[in-house]
Design a protein around this ligand. Structure first.
Ligand code: DGP
Length: 110
């Protein structure tokens, strides 16, 4: 069971900011911006490139949840990041979207 599955199952505490039938959103424990929230699908999917046709609705739900989180946090400008694979910085192998905002965000990202 991954860390995020344990958070979904309420076995590990997290600062939850939004939840619906398909997704859970909670604050990142190592925030990189004033707002740094992780959106995870409740269905375990290790990483984005493992998604299949049948996951299309779930992926859309994740984006809509990110929108909800941004609105709840009062953000009109924000960034979504998905790290796919260890070489891209993925450390927890349960798909998650980083919702970042609350400060000027540099481009390109590092
Ligand atoms: P990534 O590097 O893309 O796999 O992002 C994983 C994020 O998960 C990272 O930004 C830190 C966060 N994180 C790790 N452990 C915990 C935890 O126990 N609780 C919470 N809320 N976030 C965690």
């Amino acid at each position: 069971m991954t860390l995020f599955e344990k958070i979904i199952a309420r076995q590990i505490p997290a600062d939850i900011v939004y939840e619906d039938e398909f997704t859970l959103a909670f604050r990142d424990i190592h925030p990189q911006a004033p707002v740094h929230v992780l959106v995870v699908p409740k269905k375990a999917l290790t990483q984005l490139d493992r998604a299949e046709e049948g996951d299309a609705d779930l992926l859309g739900r994740c984006l809509l949840s990110a929108n909800r989180v941004a609105a709840l946090e009062g953000l009109t400008d924000f960034r979504l990041v998905i790290n796919n694979g260890a070489g891209a910085g993925q450390s927890v192998f349960h798909l998650h979207l980083h919702v970042l905002g609350g400060r000027q965000l540099a481009w390109p990202p590092g």
